[in-house]
Write a protein that binds this ligand. Structure first.
Ligand SMILES: Cc1cc2nc3c(=O)[nH]c(=O)nc-3n(C[C@H](O)[C@H](O)[C@H](O)COP(=O)(O)OP(=O)(O)OC[C@H]3O[C@@H](n4cnc5c(N)ncnc54)[C@H](O)[C@@H]3O)c2cc1C
Length: 390
């Protein structure tokens, strides 16, 4: 017999867990299906910078108990380049908003604990293999075999490579996407941050980035050739290359330490339009994959999850589906704004590779963009508004 839940959620990332928490707190029965183990999702390091809207959503719904204690406000970024550097205190620009710095996997652990405490159901190790959007049914496999669950609504929160986005037939949606042809080596080092600000280094050998994660762990990024393997990047080479691109001869040494995590991040962006079909709604990376330049993915996921939760509550409790009907239209407007800003950041940070007039032209454009950001107050306000907002 098919199992039932009012809302079936696929995926226990920020999108699925915020949605689940908001629904169960209103007495709506939800079941989350998550393919990985609890340990795995609670230890998978990714985002760290949460914008003002995410902080508001988490606080308003009682989900920020640890983040409010352990999260750190962050409001400055520095751009280094061949002729010097400049720092923007973005907390005093734009809408005056700041980031909260808190590791995503710790937020995921908080959200799982709170979801279970509120009475939500979650099944780890349950991989969804097939989705029927018209009946809100998810078929899955777990250690006990194959099974299925049907809801009134289905939420596809299973990330950029999950099953739900493919359940919208090509006749009902367009899948737009772009491979930037750029790869970032993302590493976590057991080392304190080397400077108080997020640091973006613009260098002709490729972008290098530095951002805090916690008092003892720092994230670094290095743009690497797209066909390089991780084996080509032992610790020593990473620190040497970071030193060159971060211009340490001029700005002083980096705080180094053991590299505890490394992964290659292919900068890809895509969008499904619309992000709803039948009784199914896509949320977070499942709806739109966005490159980590500009730190937008988890923030979009939280924004969409709150909107969808409110719309589902209206539909289920007040018999009013008007907000649900507008879910895709409303969220896609914000998703495209974030995508546009993320593209602007990629063009600012990435070093065009090779030689020839086109490469030289793009390098000069990048420099003009940087000069404009340094010199124009209006540009700085625009940057700050888009950098922290979704
Ligand atoms: C290195 C890096 C740094 C980043 N930094 C930032 C940042 O600072 N700020 C920011 O906002 N964003 C950042 N991001 C992006 C952010 O991490 C993602 O956008 C965010 O995780 C999206 O949340 P989600 O819930 O939509 O998807 P996910 O977090 O990917 O969660 C999806 C869940 O679904 C599960 N799943 C997948 N397929 C199935 C299936 N078939 N059946 C069942 N379960 C399934 C997965 O196991 C996973 O747990 C970063 C990303 C990376 C890679």
């Amino acid at each position: 017999m098919t199992e039932r839940a009012t809302v079936v959620i696929i995926g226990a990332g920020p999108a699925g867990l915020v949605l689940g928490n908001l629904l169960v707190s209103q007495g709506i029965g939800t079941l989350i299906l998550e393919r990985s183990s609890r340990d795995h999702v609670q230890s998978s390091s990714r985002a760290g910078f949460f914008g003002a809207n995410s902080a508001r959503v988490l606080a308003e719904h009682g989900l920020d108990f640890r983040l409010a204690l352990a999260g750190r406000a962050h409001d400055t970024c520095t751009f280094r380049h061949s002729d010097g550097d400049f720092t923007l205190n973005y907390g005093e620009l734009g809408r005056g908003e700041t980031h909260v710095l808190y590791p995503q996997h710790e937020l995921v652990a908080d959200l799982i604990g709170e979801y279970l405490r509120r009475g939500g159901r979650i099944r780890f190790g349950a991989k969804v293999t097939d989705v029927d959007a018209s009946t809100a049914t998810a078929r899955y496999e777990d250690a006990f075999g194959a099974d299925e669950v049907t809801g009134v609504f289905l939420a596809g929160c299973d990330g950029g490579y999950g099953a739900s986005r493919h359940a919208i037939p090509a006749s009902h949606a367009v899948h737009l996407g772009r491979d930037h042809g750029i790869v970032w080596l993302a590493v976590l080092a057991e080392a304190p941050q080397s400077s108080p600000a997020i640091t973006y280094a613009i260098h002709d050998d490729g972008f290098a980035g530095h951002m805090a994660r916690s008092a003892s762990v720092t994230r670094y990024y290095l743009q690497i050739p797209s066909d390089d393997t991780l084996n080509a990047w032992p610790d020593e080479r990473i620190w040497t290359e970071l030193g060159v691109r971060m211009y340490v001869e001029r700005f002083g040494p980096l705080c180094t330490g053991p590299i505890v995590d490394r992964r290659a991040v292919h900068l890809r962006s895509n969008i499904v339009d619309p992000i709803q079909h039948g009784r199914m709604f896509l949320v977070g990376d499942a709806a739109s994959l966005i490159s980590p330049a500009a730190a937008k993915g988890a923030n979009l996921a939280i924004m969409e999850a709150e909107f969808l939760a409110n719309a589902m509550i209206d539909a289920l409790k007040n018999d009013d589906e008007s907000a649900l009907a507008g879910y895709s239209r409303t969220c896609l407007r914000r998703i495209w704004r974030a995508q546009e800003f993320s593209h602007w950041m990629i063009d600012l940070l990435a070093a065009p590779r090779g030689c020839g007039p086109d490469v030289g032209f793009r390098r000069a454009l990048r420099r003009a963009r940087l000069d404009s950001l340094r010199d124009s107050r209006a540009h700085q306000h625009f940057f700050a508004e888009n950098y922290v907002g979704v």
